[in-house]
Design a protein around this ligand. Structure first.
Ligand SMILES: Nc1ncnc2c1ncn2[C@@H]1O[C@H](COP(=O)(O)OP(=O)(O)O)[C@@H](O)[C@H]1O
Ligand SMILES: [Mg+2]
Length: 246
């Protein structure tokens, strides 16, 4: 599998505390990857670094076929290069319908060259309907987003990110605050999304991680402690000591 993202030797300190410590790992194109680890392990900071929100003190973050350094790009440029990130608090427009939120997401940041080299493909309406089906909100298309449940808002947010067709989708603790049924539906949305792009999911819920059925990276004190199948990493004694056995 070709490498989409390569993090190598990355460190970052906050007030002298090393939150990320010589972190190295790779994500393949169209790969699903789960990241687990205790609170404070550096999982969110890793996402902050990839998206350009936090700049590391040292190391490299290399992206895509052309091996572009993400450290040289602004947050907006990184998003345009194909990195999407889902935050915990949904940023949907509550007064707008599900349809309009998805439509707005389709149009955001549209490449001006696409207008110049316009080729007739699926219409925006068709794209919105396909996205709504992908996230399971096709029966809620004309409802105000503010009326959706917590889980449904999270799915809408994922749909709005997918509308941008990111090559890499970063998702931080998507199952938080969800019912078991909502968690299952969230897993299937992410598994489906990972068929055509890389998806990196930080999650504490081990049932959720098991359903993702993917390689797992365990972070601890800002470095990779273990990596492999869920069964492999959860039988690692160090992982049990620092994370599972607490
Ligand atoms: N902007 C920041 N300023 C100061 N300390 C931070 C900042 N961001 C993260 N940290 C610290 O870095 C460590 C890693 O945090 P974080 O990446 O949020 O961990 P995780 O997501 O794995 O729980 C924590 O000790 C946290 O307090
Ligand atoms: Mg976190």
């Amino acid at each position: 599998m070709s490498t989409l993202l390569e993090v190598s030797g990355v460190s970052v300190s906050f007030d002298g505390f090393r939150a990320i410590n010589n972190l190295s790992f790779q994500i393949g194109a169209a790969e699903m990857r789960a990241i687990i680890g205790p609170n404070g392990a550096g999982k969110t900071t890793f996402m902050d670094i990839v998206t350009g929100k936090t700049r590391p003190d040292e190391g490299r973050v290399i992206w895509g076929e052309k091996s572009v350094s993400l450290l040289k790009l602004s947050e907006a440029q990184i998003a345009r290069a194909g990195v999407g990130r889902k935050f915990q608090r949904p940023t949907v427009f509550e007064d707008q319908s599900v349809f309009d939120n998805l439509l707005l997401a389709l149009k955001k940041d549209r490449n001006p060259l696409a207008v110049l080299f316009y080729k007739r493909g699926p219409t925006d309406t068709e794209k919105v309907v396909a996205l709504a089906e992908q996230i399971g909100l096709n029966e809620q298309l004309y409802r105000k987003s503010g009326e959706l449940s917590h889980g449904q808002k999270q799915w809408l947010e994922i749909g709005m990110l997918l509308a941008q067709e990111p090559q890499l989708l970063l998702v931080d603790e998507p199952a938080a605050g969800m019912t078991p049924e909502e968690r299952e539906h969230t897993t299937s949305i992410l598994v489906e999304a990972a068929k055509t792009r890389a998806v990196v999911v930080v999650e504490h819920d081990m049932e959720f991680v098991r359903r993702l059925n993917c390689k797992v990276t365990v972070l601890h004190e800002g470095s990779v402690l273990a990596e492999g199948s869920l069964d492999h990493v959860t039988s690692n004694q160090e992982v049990i000591d620092v994370y599972l056995g607490r």
